[in-house]
Design a protein around this ligand. Structure first.
Ligand SMILES: [Zn+2]
Length: 209
């Protein structure tokens, strides 16, 4: 069994989506003679590798703590779309993959080849029609290797609204650089904040030999 970490490291250099709270970690209290150290962490709910709950983009919708843990734990498929030149993941690309109801789908794009150490405006996102397509199939979760699943500054909000209005959580900020296309077990429950729109997760893939 091999465990692959697909989460981003969290520290003061971690990039955040423009306009979000920046991540800050500092020592709150240290008593070296007692080997005691405590840190203060300041961050937004959509920091690093994180889950978007329906309440993020749909008024009055389900908050993070109400999403069943089943959505975050279980079989998943990674699609390697990193050779595609399009600016977005399209419905056509997904139609070729025979996506089924209840699947957990992670999208590897060119973003993972460039890496997520810096924020770039021209990241690959999920097209609105492709989001409608996945929502229509009723998948259990959709993930992407960008800090947002939606085009930067775009007017088409369906990448969030189509999925989240059907209570399909989204995982953003995945690091899929070292992951090839295939089937895995996914484990990515977010921190158990209540009544919130999202939270970071330590996402891992488990590959059975
Ligand atoms: Zn988010």
């Amino acid at each position: 069994m091999k465990i692959i970490d697909i989460s981003l490291p969290l520290n003061n250099q971690t990039p955040v989506y423009p306009g979000n709270v920046s991540l800050s970690v500092s020592i709150h209290h240290a008593i070296p003679e007692h080997a005691t150290q405590l840190s203060t962490i300041t961050m937004g709910s959509h920091t690093g590798t994180h889950i978007d709950a329906p309440a993020h983009a749909v008024a009055g919708a389900m908050t993070l703590d109400k999403i069943p843990l089943e959505n975050f734990i279980g079989p998943c498929r990674v699609f390697d779309l990193s050779k595609e030149d399009d600016e977005a993941v399209t419905k056509k690309m997904l139609e070729d993959k025979n996506v089924k109801k209840g699947e957990r789908i992670l999208l590897k794009t060119r973003n993972s080849l460039r890496g997520l150490k810096e924020f770039y405006d021209d990241y690959v996102y999920l097209d609105g029609d492709a989001a409608d397509y996945l929502a229509g199939i009723s998948v259990m979760l959709v993930g992407i290797d960008a800090l947002s699943i939606k085009k930067r500054g775009g007017d088409d909000h369906r990448p969030h609204t189509s999925l989240l209005s059907k209570n399909i959580p989204i995982i953003e900020g995945l690091n899929l650089t070292n992951v090839s296309e295939g089937s895995y077990e996914l484990f990515c429950p977010p921190l158990n904040f209540t009544n919130i729109d999202g939270a970071p997760t330590r996402a891992v893939l488990i590959q059975h030999a």
